[in-house]
Design a protein around this ligand. Structure first.
Ligand code: 5GP
Ligand code: ZN
Length: 142
């Protein structure tokens, strides 16, 4: 049995304010909006995070993400697109979703705070480590 709340929305087992759908993708209002008009874009098939989602599914989803950003842009001054993966990153619903968040001048939301590298050496080491992992990931996912 699939206990996923977003699968239940896809299957109309629980209600949602559906604003767009096609064969592959569903868009509905987030029930607790950061700002009014906050949308969630999801694939109709269940994938937990972006990490294991097939590329063809992501292609379908990201094109609808752009379309919905164009929609939200018409009702706001700017648009944030957010996507959380795993609990540590704030993912509470384990069905891939993109947040499309309307933003307005002086809407009171703060951006992510930036940290600093302690030294240039630390920054360069981080870049080297990441470049190594990029190669590893490319080898694992040719
Ligand atoms: P996450 O933290 O996983 O990135 O975001 C999950 C989002 O789903 C939250 O913004 C939350 O408000 C929204 N959400 C959770 N349950 C429901 C629901 O039953 N219906 C709708 N429309 N949104 C939901
Ligand atoms: Zn699901």
């Amino acid at each position: 049995m699939n206990d996923c709340i977003f699968c239940k929305i896809v299957n109309k087992e629980i209600p949602a304010e559906r604003v767009y759908e096609d064969e592959k993708v569903l868009v509905f209002l987030d029930i607790n909006p950061i700002n009014q008009g906050h949308l969630l874009v999801i694939p109709k098939d269940h994938y937990e995070t972006i990490l294991e989602t097939p590329e063809n599914v992501l292609q379908d989803v990201i094109l609808r993400v752009k379309k919905m950003a164009q929609v939200v842009d018409k009702i706001s001054d700017g648009v944030n697109i957010g996507q959380n993966n795993k609990l540590a990153a704030g993912q509470l619903v384990n069905h891939l979703h993109f947040h499309i968040i309307p933003r307005n001048e002086n809407d009171g939301l703060v951006s992510w705070p930036g940290k600093e590298y302690e030294s240039e050496d630390e920054r360069l080491k981080m870049a080297e480590e990441i470049k190594k992992i990029v190669k590893e990931v490319e080898e694992e996912n040719p």
